[in-house]
Design a protein around this ligand. Sequence first.
Ligand code: SF4
Length: 203
Amino acid sequence: MENINMFCYQCSQTAGGKGCTKAGVCGKDATLAKLQDNLIFALKGISAYLYHAGELGYRDKELEKFISKSLYSTLTNVNFDSASFVRAGLDAGRINIDVMRLLKKAHIESFGEPEPAKVSTGTKKGKGIIVTGHSLKLLDELLQKTEGTGINVYTHSELLPAHGYPALRKYQHLAGNIGKAWYDQKDVFSEYPFPILAPPTAP
Ligand code: SF4
């Protein structure tokens, strides 16, 4: 396999119409490309947390500003200052803590302080819906809509912590958790004859 030093295909100047792999046609070097990739990776996580906090009505203008400013810095091929992207990467680490704190507050104030809980694995007889992703709001809305209908609701994989929140655990038809890691979800889902509900941010 070819040893690729960088891979950038973010603009129409990209080498061969495929991707700049040694150095950018625009002048971007491999170090800068990696620093930008690192920043984008961090922004994806920060954005997902902020999205879920926003669903519950919790917003933070400073965090939103950081995402916009950082994204813009990677889109415009005029800032080739690696030092500024090192600083942005470090800022992203700090912002990441801030956004997790915001989401934690949103979850606790919306659904109560989470506690250890026993969670069934596998499924029960009858109809069911599987909820995947990380949105407690989506799960809450589904539990409200399906209460008393005889439909069991299952969390998938990483939504397991939802069972710890009192305002979600109170639903008798929150029947359990299925699955393992998200990457094998295709195989897991094919084992069950249930519809899958996923938020837009689910992998
Ligand atoms: S931004 Fe630069 S390195 Fe990236 S694809 Fe365009 S020319 Fe290549």
